[in-house]
Design a protein. Structure first.
Length: 166
């Protein structure tokens, strides 16, 4: 049971980028750019509450509006919105979540309260979550760059995992 739903994060067949953006310099734009340029073979959905399309691709206002099942959500929205977004992911049946957004326990009691709320929602829906305030994951073998970093290592036989404040 320890590895339940980890495949939704590390080998997703579909991804929702929540907080997708076409504004250069934003985290949401960097993630969108990674998915549109690297050649990820799965389905990708953009979620943005204000824009009907990004870079010519239809967007959805919430994860629940996506008409097909989604394995992984990457969240890049303001911290105060993240608990509601995670709840929407749970209701939509999304089991893997990466939260790149910052502004949680590293900022003090208000941020800690947001993070505690996320943990409650995680338990309610049996979600697997990486983050918050993380860089995300990269799987070169499947062209998955679920980060805001534009450099991807070559595929190989070495895995690297880090927990770091840097």
């Amino acid at each position: 049971m320890v590895t339940l739903n980890l495949d939704k994060i590390f080998n997703p067949e579909s991804v929702a980028i929540i907080g997708a953006s076409d504004e250069e310099g934003s985290v949401g734009y960097a993630i969108v750019k990674n998915f549109t340029q690297l050649g990820y073979a799965g389905k990708v959905y953009f979620v943005n509450i204000r824009k009907p399309e990004i870079l010519g691709v239809k967007t959805y206002q919430t994860a629940e509006q996506i008409p097909e099942s989604v394995d992984l959500a990457i969240i890049a929205t303001p911290a105060k919105t993240v608990p509601d977004v995670v709840e929407q992911c749970g209701r939509a049946g999304i089991k893997g979540v990466i939260i790149v957004s910052a502004g949680f326990k590293e900022t003090g009691p208000e941020g800690k309260a947001l993070e505690d709320k996320i943990l409650e929602i995680k338990k309610k829906y049996d979600l697997r979550i990486i983050g918050p305030n993380c860089i995300g994951i990269i799987r070169p073998r499947i062209n998955l760059n679920a980060t805001f970093v534009d450099k991807v290592p070559k595929a190989g036989n070495v895995a690297f995992l880090s927990q770091s404040g840097a």
